[in-house]
Design a binder for this molecule. Structure first.
Ligand code: G2I
Length: 447
């Protein structure tokens, strides 16, 4: 009893605070991506949700990007939910925001098999009726925004993976010629807008991208107004196609522009420092491929923050696919984009988060410890605290983290419920451990 009381009072002596890295707010001094891109003759864009364009979301969208793409606001089901009754509110709002921030707008998308209104998909139409519905839709929407849209994704996702035409309302009703007709109608409605065909899984050289290549070549030969191809680039961590730059180049050599239109890189959750570093490399190599080809004009991310991404709901267990975390802190991926555009920042991508280690109580054979991870001017979506026990200490039990010890090396990762450390917030976990002889406070690293 006496020794226990002595041990407890001594514990205060062992309570130390270890600051890790404390960087300034990670994005404070960095040159905005749009300025870096402009210096390379490129445009950098993001998909946006109109209702979110205020506060920090609006600040980042307006200051970092030189192009906006409405994520859903210009799709047919949004703009004409009931036949003949139009809703342009969100699309107008995004266009106005872009104009106020000196940004381009990529119009997305006029002809697609998805996100069409039910009155259209459930209707029974002759070819002539379908053709006239499509022409009216294109003329109305492109005409409304004439002079305000830099580029339109006129036709979206026309191909199957094997390079055959996708069976859709349009292909089945009008034949493959719907593509040339849509481009021609869009050109008539806004002759200055650049007209694109946009698809996914066409980033590398493969059957699908070769079908797109052959289509563009034949459209050009026939004098159809086609100005560019959009490579969506919904990628999986570590899987940027090796032939991306070669593929961009072959389209450029056909005499069309190329845009990376919907870039994101999804990973299995939870994110960790290894995955985020790979994601940085992936974003960097995509941007570098675009920078390397003069006719690659725009790289657009499909949502700039993990709180505004389609990935999490579509691929359960996957996420963290964008360059900013859910609390608007730039992730390593942001610095991947920045570095590929010539940015020279060396700011630690994990930002100003630190861990403090303390011994709470200590008795002759054991002690209770605590680590607090706190963020200021940065945030974390997952964490791992590691240290070395040089004096034979051994973790026996932990709570609010999963701790493993191998020899002298201790590593504690967040539990499923406390991976997020918001800007200005903190998370703590505790543990019991044994000791003998001495119990020095270790240096903790955060990853
Ligand atoms: O699916 C990812 C993208 C693939 N390429 C074409 C893009 O247009 C497409 O974007 C996504 C939007 O980011 C999502 O936000 O398209 C999805 C639909 O295919 C959009 O998801 C829909 C949800 O499915 C709806 O439940 C929701 O009401 O977004 C709607 C509006 O938030």
């Amino acid at each position: 009893m006496r020794s226990l009381r002595t041990g407890l009072s001594l514990a205060a002596l062992f309570t130390g605070a270890v600051m890790l890295f404390a960087a300034p707010a990670a994005h404070a001094a960095d040159t905005p991506l749009r300025d870096l891109a402009a210096a390379k003759g490129k445009v950098i864009g993001t998909a946006v949700t109109g209702s979110k364009l205020t506060g920090t979301y609006g600040d980042i969208a307006g200051s970092q990007f030189s192009s906006l793409t409405p994520g859903n606001a210009m799709k047919w089901e949004t703009v004409e939910p009931t036949q003949g009754s139009f809703n342009w509110a969100e699309a107008d709002q995004i266009v106005a925001f872009a104009q106020a921030h000196n940004q381009q707008v990529r119009g997305h998308t006029l002809v697609w098999h998805s996100q069409n209104p039910s009155w259209l998909t459930n209707g029974t139409w002759t070819s002539a009726q379908l053709s006239s519905l499509l022409q009216n839709h294109i003329s109305t929407e492109v005409g409304r925004y004439k002079g305000k849209i830099t580029a339109w994704d006129v036709v979206n996702e026309p191909f199957n993976e094997d390079g055959t035409y996708r069976s859709t309302l349009w292909y089945n009703g009008l034949g493959a010629n719907y593509i040339a007709q849509a481009l021609t109608w869009a050109h008539a409605a806004d002759p200055a807008a650049k007209l694109y065909i946009n698809d996914y899984n066409v980033e590398g050289v493969n059957a699908k991208s070769t079908a797109l290549y052959n289509l563009v070549k034949s459209l050009k030969a026939a004098g159809v107004p086609i100005d560019g191809v959009g490579l969506q680039a919904h990628l999986i961590l570590g899987q940027v196609p090796a032939t991306l730059q070669q593929n961009i180049q072959r389209f450029a050599d056909l005499g069309v522009d190329v845009a990376i239109t919907e870039l994101d890189v999804r990973m299995a959750l939870p994110a960790d420092s290894t995955k985020l570093a790979q994601q940085k490399a992936d974003f960097k190599s995509v941007m570098a491929a675009c920078v390397a080809v003069a006719r690659c004009v725009n790289v657009t991310v499909w949502g700039f923050t993990d709180s505004d991404s389609w990935v999490d709901s579509t691929f359960p267990g996957y996420g963290a696919a964008t360059p900013y975390d859910a609390n608007y802190a730039p992730k390593p991926a942001y610095y991947g984009l920045s570095e590929a555009l010539g940015g020279t920042t060396t700011t630690p991508p994990t930002g100003a988060c630190s861990a403090t280690y303390s011994v709470g109580s200590q008795w002759n054979t054991g002690f209770t410890g605590q680590v607090t991870i706190a963020c200021s001017g940065a945030s974390l979506s997952s964490w791992k605290a590691s240290w070395t026990y040089g004096a034979g200490q051994q973790i026996t039990q932990a709570w609010n983290a999963t701790c493993t010890q191998s020899g002298t090396a201790v590593s504690c990762a967040n539990a499923s419920y406390n991976g997020t450390v918001p800007d200005g917030g903190s998370v703590s976990f505790g543990f019991n451990a044994s000791w003998s002889g001495s119990n020095p406070v270790p240096v903790v690293t955060l990853g």
